[in-house]
Design a protein around this ligand. Structure first.
Ligand code: SF4
Ligand code: SF4
Length: 456
């Protein structure tokens, strides 16, 4: 069916004018069942973002990406940098999941759970409506009175305070509540680096939400750019039923009266009647708005709805296709591999390396010693009393400089190990040595290295 469209929207994003300048979008506040559902989802998502680093499972944060200590807590499971293969696998699974999900449900993520949309549409846009009123039909205050100026200043102050709060929520995911509290409460001169970082992030968020806004979705987000290759005619998306709506116009036979309300409410300023576009974040605001119009003119709802292009064409919904099955199979295999790897993770991760720049020391006329750096991580949920014992050669003396042998759950021990061997035990300049990490009589890990001695 031939759509009644202008092709101008293909030349440039609607929020950019001919000279490349940003065109401000004054989106009207949506009203309806989809907006209510989205609000509920958004508040759950915000609660998760705020609370996840505070909530604990087995004493570990629900979510914490402690990059400085190379320790990640994902749903209470600690993953160390040494488990990088697991992190890589998790990343692959996320990418496959996103691809699969997008093939089936389009950009549901963007409109419903992406933090950028949630904060812009559910927090900052609402603050804006509070100070500037609802932008009915995309209108805004063209005559700026002193009262409006004051309201706008108040709006920006509120934006700034909200940005600081969001920056703290973001930092909490990376440094944890204890360190965050330290940065907040310590005098600035004692913590100027942390404070500067937090201020920088706050100002960045303020710029994004007060000025750059929906351009993150329409121009920068790589996920949005991938839609062209991920979506096909069977993908579910917010879509205009052109079969029912065309020909459009107040006096035409189609159900669309061309009232432009779906455009007025769109946070990216597009016209969904032009078909699926990269700028559509599937927020469903146009569905709600069009349903209000349909009700008013006594026509059935859902002229704009969640459907696929093929579904509109054929009148039948179909979300399963060859790609869906293939991606699902890959996802299931990856999940099984991940579960097996997590279950078979070594309970103890140890590295024993020679202290850089050292060779051997002569203890007395019969004994030599070597220095090693020992790092042991207890990855289990219980405390461990560990011993390092010499397996080969049979005799020798081991001493940990920290003296510590008990490691709490998820604790990391770093110490220098002094290994002394009698010269009778040496087989040459470099003697193979095996060290065992034991819990009681149970051998948990064997580590092989070399003991350096004199030439003869
Ligand atoms: S809101 Fe509905 S009726 Fe109005 S222009 Fe959009 S699609 Fe047509
Ligand atoms: S076209 Fe509709 S679903 Fe897409 S961004 Fe605009 S209002 Fe949201």
């Amino acid at each position: 069916m031939e759509l009644e469209t202008s092709s101008a929207f293909r030349d440039r994003p609607v929020n950019i004018d001919e000279s490349g300048q940003q065109k401000w979008i004054y989106a009207k506040q949506p009203k309806g069942k989809w907006y209510t559902r989205r609000t509920i989802v958004a508040w759950f998502a915000i609660a998760f973002l705020v609370l996840a680093p505070f909530l604990k499972i087995n004493g570990n944060p629900l979510m914490l990406f402690d990059i400085a200590n190379r320790r990640f807590s994902i749903f209470g499971q600690i993953i160390w940098a040494q488990d990088s293969y697991l992190l890589a696998l998790i990343m692959v699974i996320i990418v496959v999941f996103v691809v699969l999900f997008t093939v089936i449900y389009g950009r549901l993520w963007c409109g419903w759970v992406c933090p950028q949309t949630i904060f812009l549409e559910m927090v900052f846009r609402r603050i804006e409506y509070l100070f500037e009123g609802n932008y009915r039909n995309g209108r805004h205050h063209k005559v700026v009175t002193p009262r409006i100026t004051l309201l706008r200043i108040a709006k920006h102050i509120t934006f700034l305070i909200t940005s600081i709060l969001i920056a703290n929520v973001f930092l909490n995911w990376f440094i944890g509540p204890e360190r965050l509290l330290e940065i907040i409460t310590a005098p600035i001169r004692e913590n100027w680096l942390g404070f500067t970082f937090m201020l920088g992030i706050s100002l960045f968020y303020y710029w994004i939400y007060a000025f750059f806004r929906e351009q993150v979705c329409t121009m920068i987000c790589p996920y949005g750019r991938m839609q062209g290759v991920l979506l096909d005619s069977r993908s579910i998306a917010v879509i205009y039923d052109f079969k029912r709506g065309e020909p459009r116009g107040p006096k035409s036979t189609g159900d669309c009266i061309n009232c432009h309300q779906c455009i007025a409410v769109c946070p990216t300023g597009i016209d969904i009647k032009d078909g699926s576009q990269l700028e559509c974040i599937n927020c469903t605001a146009c569905i709600d708005e069009c349903n209000i119009v349909m009700k008013r003119i006594n026509k059935p709802e859902n002229l704009i709805r969640f459907d696929s292009f093929q579904g509109i064409e054929s009148g039948k919904r179909s979300i399963l296709n060859g790609r869906t099955y293939a991606y699902s199979a890959v996802l299931v295999v990856l999940l099984i591999v991940l579960s097996v790897m997590v279950m078979n993770r070594k309970p103890i991760e140890a590295t024993i390396l020679r202290v850089p720049g050292t060779i051997f020391q002569q203890v007395d006329s019969a004994n030599y010693s070597n220095l090693f750096l020992v790092k042991i991580i207890n990855k289990t949920q219980s405390d461990k009393n560990l011993q390092i014992k010499l397996i080969t050669p049979k005799s020798g003396k081991l001493q940990l400089t920290t003296g510590q042998t008990t490691l709490k759950s998820q604790e990391k021990l770093e110490s220098v190990l002094i290994l002394s061997l009698n010269k009778q035990a040496l087989t040459g300049k470099s003697t193979p040595v095996e060290l065992g990490i034991f819990e009681g009589e149970t051998l948990l890990e064997v580590y092989s290295t070399n003991f350096l001695g004199p030439l003869n």
